[in-house]
Design a protein around this ligand. Sequence first.
Ligand code: SF4
Length: 371
Amino acid sequence: MSGRFTSGGAEAAFEAMRRELEEALRLSGPLTFMEVCGTHTVSIFRSGLRSLLPRGLSLLSGPGCPVCVTDRSEIDRAIELAEKGCLVLTYGDMMRVPGTSGSLLEARGRGADVEVATSAIQALPAARENPDRDVVFLAVGFETTAPATAAMLRQVRSGGIRNLSVLCLHKTVPPVMRVLCSVPGLKVDGFLLPGNVTVVAGEGGYAFLAEAGKAAAVAGFEPEEIMAALVDLVRQAAAGSYRIRAYRTRDVPREGNTTALRLMAEVFEPCDALWRGLGLIPGSGLRLGKDYARFDALGKFGLKSGAGPAEARDDGCQCGKILSGLLTPPECGLYGRACTPLNPAGPCMVSSEGTCGAWYRFNRQEAERWQ
Ligand code: SF4
């Protein structure tokens, strides 16, 4: 057994879990689980865990990378704002995500003002230091980053800041998982749920998984936590009895973080949202509620919402099928040839948590074995 992710007594504990997996798989037969979160995907690759799993247990990567699921039309809107003269602030990975005709980085090359921010709160000093400019924060992410955007907007409102608005692209995880339960051709027996999202949002949103006959377990990002959750998933599937348990070194309150949830409820309201390659998913997005609507960049600058012609575009990128678990990256004709981390053709190769990037960076030899 590799010692890449274990040490001392942890190695023995890991080996015991691996044997438990093998035994449970004998009862259940072959199983396929999806790790929903990109951080899980990277952790699984980085630790070498995938190559140590028993035969009969397969892992698919899902849509839990917020950069990867950002629709082309959303990138187009951010570029439009920058080209209208706004100072656009965004997370680093978003700079290279392709829109219909290029990325924010390319727009910056043409003279647009696009800067990288590492947190929502950095938009406040940017707005104060540029009182004559319109500053737009590109708010991306799941339940993990939405509270930070909400906290920032509360300060904007209470501080009377008028030149800062938000292009709100936040999405929530449970609705897309509901969609995944009925994707034609996708056979998934259970889900490894993201611990960071669940810490905020709680477990309640996943109750439908048991009704759909899917195993589910919340896991942190340490390999031992992932392994313990996989053992639980196999046991649930073997027994045909489903209930969510959490495997994190830190507690996951079943109800989530009530302070963060209250803040989100004050600032946002649910809306339908576009997911790249997956289309419009009802109730899967967050937009600014009525008390914060004046800080919505879409309304402030008269931009249209909804998908543009980009959705019909076929450039060979298979990110939609990768994000749905229908394909693995090596099954995309562009993987490793026209699409590499240095020259990405799609967001799954751009993002540090993207499935294609993870396959390319961590395990190309193994990827080739899976073809
Ligand atoms: S390898 Fe590149 S082009 Fe293919 S699906 Fe992944 S990101 Fe898209």
